[in-house]
Design a protein around this ligand. Structure first.
Ligand SMILES: [Ca+2]
Length: 108
């Protein structure tokens, strides 16, 4: 079997970390591992952002409902919608906290 080569100006040329002209399996695995870590970090940031948005939106809705801006008659009309919204967002928060605690426990 003939030896494989990278194409000219391949994006994988940078993976040759020790500059010996060969992209070996260890260098490929390291690059793959680094990419996976970076993606997991971005995913964690995204989930954290989602939890923040949930918490801030719940606080915002509750403050809005309690403020004199919205008349009581309208609040009564929206009570079921608001309670569903609050429970759903608190569910997102609870899931985030549970999975964070679970993954922290498993990483130790
Ligand atoms: Ca190399």
């Amino acid at each position: 079997m003939t030896q494989k080569k990278l194409q000219t100006k391949s994006k994988y040329n940078d993976l040759d970390l020790n500059n010996d002209g060969i992209v070996d399996d260890d260098e490929l695995e390291l690059a793959e591992r680094l990419t996976r870590l970076e993606n997991n970090d971005k995913k964690d940031d995204q989930i954290r952002m989602m939890a923040w948005v949930s918490m801030i939106s719940v606080i915002g809705v509750i403050l809005l409902v309690l403020s004199p801006i919205i008349p009581n008659t309208r609040v009564q009309l929206c009570t079921s919608l608001i309670s569903t919204f609050v429970v759903a967002n608190l569910g997102i928060l609870a899931t985030f906290m549970a999975t964070s605690a679970w993954s922290k426990k498993n990483n130790q």
